[in-house]
Design a protein around this ligand. Structure first.
Ligand code: ZN
Ligand code: ZN
Length: 590
């Protein structure tokens, strides 16, 4: 009896073991199958996504739908909603737990993109109140500036796209309902700007091209109809602007707390709410300002031995910053100096063992090509999702087209210290380094739906990290300039929330920037304008930075002596340009 019982128990135990082995095998087989299924789903998803959003696909360099402009009417919104809901249903059939890390993050990114699409269409509805949503010129410019198309291909594609322009603007006019004055004015200006792309010179080029004579004639016809349509939209908006101004009943550009929180969640994908982030920024502003005052007190006798320190802290800090800013390179040394600094930054990162830099992928610094000029003085140009073979460049625009006065003001802004911080941010170990890591875990989903807050947050994080590790030898001047630079990022977050949610006046906004963040009037005015024409975007730098920094500090506290900065950096970057909250979950789950 006992024996039998034992045998039975044994058999049961063996059976159980055998059974659980089968289960493990089955699970493994299943999860391989699930992974394969998810990979197939992702691939199909991308193709379908581009088909649904041809404009995005042209921008990403996909190529297949360059000749289409979708008409933004109700039928299109309906089809977009149907698309998003169908894909969400397909997505929900995957068991998240059976997906490996890389696919889990892809899952989250796809899910967010789809929910965001639905939210924009049904809740935010800026297609009704933001007339600057409608402008065909961006798509035409992308095609005409492409370096991968022959002139013939470009003109043939433009010819096809042109046919949609009249219907496009008809739909736009039908959509507009109670717009904001600011977006109405922006749309008028930007649509007038469309003629710098669809310019008459284009007709001359087409005339000289090898398009057939039928196509040439058709081109002229469609080009003129497109011009009429754009002018018709501008006239429509100009009338609208007049009545908005006369009646004073335009919709407010402030979106309020509910929409702001929702947009923040979808755009930033932060682990914090917008309100929490705002309060963090306010606390950081006080902390950073106090540090700046402390440094100013320390440095004052060195630079102003015979001048009394102004009694107001703000005036003293501003005076010292202004005094220090005259230390800068000569205008024709701007590009060479940046090139010179890169090896120093690389050497510092290696010496301090901060992160492994791939020697196979050196950074190429170049003068910004003409067709890209006109924006920032320095930028990283990374290959798009479909042109991985392209180099990555650090573009620096020489100050050739500036007057002496403009150049001087620019060089004071990018003075001796700030220029180094800029290089950390853009290049090593900022954007460029992040990009190299991101490309090592290639996922089309991650490069198409890359999280801006993570990307900018990383670059901002590295500025502080480098200084903490001793870059610049703890020179107080360097820290003072860093804090000024950082304060701008902090104040952008405060300003955006304060305008959109708390409803502060323009005077209060300018005061925050000029008296709170040591900005010049022109810069502050520009920032105010930008804050009336966007929501949430201004917070992305600070949000990403704060979240990365807080995460690092919490790991440090938890791991004590076991914390390794280099290991943290490398693991953090290994997930691609994924929202920090997911990286955080993936890094702490184990
Ligand atoms: Zn100077
Ligand atoms: Zn950046």
């Amino acid at each position: 009896m006992k024996k039998t019982a034992l045998s039975l128990a044994l058999i049961a135990a063996l059976g159980l073991t055998a059974c659980s082995q089968t289960n493990t095998l089955q699970t493994e087989n299943n999860s391989v199958q699930v992974q394969q299924n998810f990979a197939n789903f992702s691939e199909q998803f991308i193709h379908d996504y581009w088909k649904q959003f041809p404009e995005h696909s042209a921008w990403a360099g996909y190529g297949k739908y360059d000749d289409i402009i979708s008409i933004p009417n109700q039928a299109y919104r309906d089809s977009t909603l149907a698309f998003a809901n169908a894909k969400l249903n397909e997505l929900a059939q995957f068991d998240l737990d059976s997906l490996p890390t890389a696919q889990k993050t892809d899952y989250y990114l796809i899910e967010n993109a789809l929910k965001r699409t639905i939210w924009h269409s049904e809740t935010f509805k800026s297609w009704q109140w933001n007339p600057s949503n409608y402008n065909v010129s961006g798509g035409f410019a992308t095609i005409l500036n492409s370096r991968f198309k022959t002139d013939h291909e470009k003109f043939a594609t433009v010819l096809k796209r042109l046919q949609y322009v009249p219907a496009y603007y008809d739909a736009a006019k039908a959509n507009i309902d109670n717009p904001t004055l600011e977006y109405t004015q922006l749309a008028i200006g930007q649509n007038k700007g469309a003629f710098s792309v669809l310019k008459d010179e284009l007709l001359t080029q087409v005339e000289a091209s090898n398009l057939s004579s039928n196509d040439k004639a058709l081109f002229v016809k469609r080009f003129n109809a497109a011009k009429d349509a754009i002018n018709g939209y501008i006239d429509f908006l100009t009338e609208l602007e007049k009545s908005l101004v006369e009646n004073g009943n335009a919709r407010s550009f402030r979106i309020g707390e509910k929409l702001y929180e929702e947009k923040f969640a979808l755009d930033i994908q932060s682990g914090y709410s917008a309100k929490e982030m705002y309060h963090k920024a306010v606390a950081d502003k006080d902390r950073v300002t106090a540090e700046m005052v402390k440094i100013t007190d320390e440095l004052w006798p060195k630079y102003f031995p015979n001048t009394e320190r102004p009694s107001k802290d703000r005036d003293a800090v501003a005076k010292l910053i202004k005094h220090l800013s005259v230390k800068h390179v000569a205008r024709d040394e701007f590009v060479p100096e940046i090139k010179r600094q890169i090896p120093d930054l690389e050497a510092f990162v290696r010496e301090k063992d901060l992160i492994t830099l791939d020697p196979e992928k050196p950074l190429v610094v170049r003068e910004t090509p003409e067709y890209m000029r006109g924006f920032a003085g320095a930028s990283i140009s990374a290959p798009g999702p479909y042109d991985k073979k392209e180099n990555t460049y650090y573009n620096v625009t020489p100050l050739d087209n500036m007057s002496d006065e403009q150049a001087e003001s620019y060089l004071r802004e990018y003075n001796h210290w700030i220029l180094q911080i800029l290089n950390i941010h853009e290049a090593i170990p900022g954007h460029y380094t992040q990009l190299v890591y991101s490309n090592e875990s290639p996922s089309l989903i991650k490069s198409i739906f890359a999280n801006g807050a993570m990307i900018e947050g990383w670059a901002v994080y590295t500025e502080r990290m480098m200084l903490e590790e001793g870059y610049g030898d703890f020179e107080p001047e360097m820290w003072l300039m860093y804090y000024k630079w950082n304060l701008r990022v902090i104040c952008n977050t405060i300003l955006d929330y304060a305008i959109q949610v708390k409803g502060i006046s323009k005077e209060e906004g300018l005061d925050l920037l000029m008296n709170g963040a040591f900005q010049e009037k022109a810069e502050a005015e520009g920032k105010w304008r930008r804050a009336t024409l966007s929501q949430v975007q201004l917070t992305s730098y600070y949000s990403g930075y704060r979240e990365i920094y807080d995460f690092r500090e919490s790991l440090k506290a938890a791991q004590g002596d076991d914390f390794n900065l280099k290991a943290f950096h490398e693991q953090f970057l290994s997930y691609g340009s994924t929202p920090v909250k997911y990286v955080k979950a993936l890094m702490t789950d184990k």
